[in-house]
Design a protein around this ligand. Structure first.
Ligand code: 16G
Ligand code: ZN
Length: 534
């Protein structure tokens, strides 16, 4: 009986040494790397069970994204490239926390609950890891878990999170999405990029050079291959590319640092008016920024990328003449000015989802063309089957004009440029560069689309953050009673005032967000709301 072996193996190789309770949260498990060995092994087991249940390839990514280097984490990737289905999260939590003596029972319980009868299927599990020094060892624990239940681990080594999602989808679509290897990934993106760009590399105010902050992680390692494939079409000047064991991963650099400190990362030249971007530690997030003539820092976050992409896709869609619905999904953290701009000026409908990529992705599936981004730079665009079919038909449609047919084929190329499986810093960068190139814009012209409302984010430490519950994509507070009324009356005091509170999914704190017409008002509103949360 294979799971008996698994159970015996676990006790010997990966005993559970910690008592602390871990929860599979918005980004899987994440904590000190030293506490994760047994969790990794057990996620290998769980991945095999999930793969047998779904009769598909499942992915396991070992990473702690933007967290400090000594942390690590793990998340499971479902067959279509989404995050692990929510109904399985409690199982992941259970697997991670049961004592060694109960592991066998837990495996049996799951097999029974889902009536998994194909326990001999030799399912494939694709495994990837980031550049943390702890990652090789932890990825091996995942593979051992896979082997213990007679699954077949396919170790992709160091890859970005979105690359791993891509591999899973390639394998599950029988390669229709692309070749399930890194060469296939780069070829798909760069061929599309070069095709749209043509031979005129600079255009108007657009110059084909971007300064790139690799966060001393996998995003630095991978851009080297991309650069080769891009040739002269786009010059990527890389900084912060000290990789394994330097201790510098995400340290004073990377997308999360830039977004949360609203400042330039360490290690980049501060040339004025130069387009710069930063990715995070597993390269699934990106933000852009620049320093103006007066040395002031300007951030172009996920909201900016979302509005740029949605506006561009809308134009392109109009050129095809095909009727499809296009929408944007944001979270409550999206700057109110971005929501206004996209809904009032561009007439693109905006929907809201709770924080966390899986929620946005899910909501975006409601559109034929669904753009979704978190303000922190995490997002992508997804296209329905209907969209792809109509565009394909459009390229050969006799009743279309030549311009329409060309717009259809350009749209299809653009879809190839986008990693639909999950937010992808590299693909998002190529998308931004494509749009700016086409418009002939420099970064300040992009910024001129709308003016951000001043905003303020605060953390409040409380005894139990779960007393705060929310609804309506976290924009409305349900409990404690009266808190929402208090927030409403405080926000009403300030022109353009808006505020909300929510318990963090990754830290033991409550987050308070406020925006208003002026910085002073936003600060005051945040502080007043924070006092009500205590
Ligand atoms: C996770 C999410 C990220 C979200 C963040 C919010 C994924 C892959 N990651 O890191 O998208 O912005 O949580 O953290 O979904 P918070 O709940 O602490 O505010
Ligand atoms: Zn990340």
């Amino acid at each position: 009986n294979s799971y008996r072996t698994a159970y015996a193996f676990a006790r010997e190789m990966y005993p559970k040494k910690t008592k602390s309770h871990l929860q599979y949260g918005t980004a899987g498990f994440r904590t000190k790397a030293t506490d994760l060995e047994h969790v990794m092994y057990r996620m290998g087991l769980l991945a095999v069970l999930r793969a047998r249940y779904k009769k598909s390839v499942i992915g396991v990514m070992v990473t702690a994204s933007h967290n400090p280097e000594p942390d690590n984490g793990v998340k499971l990737v479902d067959p279509h490239g989404e995050m692990l289905e929510q109904s399985w999260e409690p199982w992941a939590t259970k697997f991670a926390n049961v004592i060694d003596e109960k592991l066998e029972d837990t495996i049996n319980e799951l097999i029974k609950a889902f009536d998994i009868t194909n326990m001999n299927d030799r399912v494939e599990i694709v495994v990837g890891k980031d550049t943390r020094p702890s990652s090789p060892h932890l990825a091996k624990a995942v593979c051992d878990g896979v082997l213990a239940l007679s699954g077949k681990p396919i170790d992709y080594g160091i890859v970005t999170t979105p690359q791993l999602h891509y591999f899973v989808v390639c394998k599950n679509t029988n390669r229709a999405y692309g070749q399930p290897n890194e060469e296939g990934y780069y070829a798909k993106l760069t061929n599309a990029f070069k095709k749209i760009r043509g031979t005129e590399y600079t255009k108007g105010n657009y110059h084909n050079r971007v300064v790139y902050d690799g966060a001393n992680g996998v995003g630095a390692k991978k851009i080297k291959y991309l650069k080769e494939a891009l040739g002269d079409s786009l010059k990527v000047d890389m900084y912060n590319d000290e990789i394994i064991g330097s201790g510098k991963l995400n340290y004073m650099c990377g997308a999360d640092y830039v977004k949360s400190h609203q400042t330039f990362p360490n290690g980049l030249p501060k040339d004025k008016n130069v387009r710069c971007c930063s990715v995070d530690g597993d390269a699934d997030r990106i933000v852009y920024y620049y320093t103006d003539d007066d040395g002031l820092f300007h951030l172009m976050d996920g909201d900016r990328i979302a509005t740029l992409a949605a506006a561009y896709l809308k134009e392109l869609l109009q050129q095809t003449g095909i009727e499809l619905n296009l929408g944007l999904v944001q979270t409550a953290y999206a700057n109110g000015a971005s929501t206004d701009y996209i809904s009032s000026e561009l007439n693109v409908p905006v929907a809201f989802a709770s924080t966390g990529v899986k929620h946005l992705h899910h909501q975006a599936l409601n559109y034929d063309i669904g753009v979704y981004f978190e303000a922190n730079g995490h997002g992508t665009v997804i296209f329905s089957q209907n969209t792809k079919e109509k565009l394909r038909a459009g390229t050969r449609c006799n009743s279309f004009t030549e311009d329409q047919r060309q717009a259809c084929s350009k749209f299809l190329t653009l879809i190839d440029l986008i990693n639909e499986t999950v937010g992808d810093a590299i693909s998002d960068m190529l998308l931004v560069e494509t749009i700016l190139h086409e418009k002939g814009w420099d970064i300040s012209q992009w910024e001129a689309c709308y003016t951000d409302l001043p905003n303020r984010l605060m953390k409040v430490t409380v005894k139990d953050r779960n007393v705060i519950t929310t609804t309506d994509a976290e924009r409305i507070c349900l409990t404690p009673q009266d808190l929402q009324d208090e927030i409403d009356s405080l926000a009403a005091k300030y022109p353009k005032g808006r505020s909300f509170v929510r318990p963090s999914g990754t830290e033991d704190i409550v987050r308070v967000y406020a925006e208003a017409g002026t910085t002073a008002d936003a600060d005051k509103l945040a502080a007043e709301v924070a006092l009500k949360v205590f």
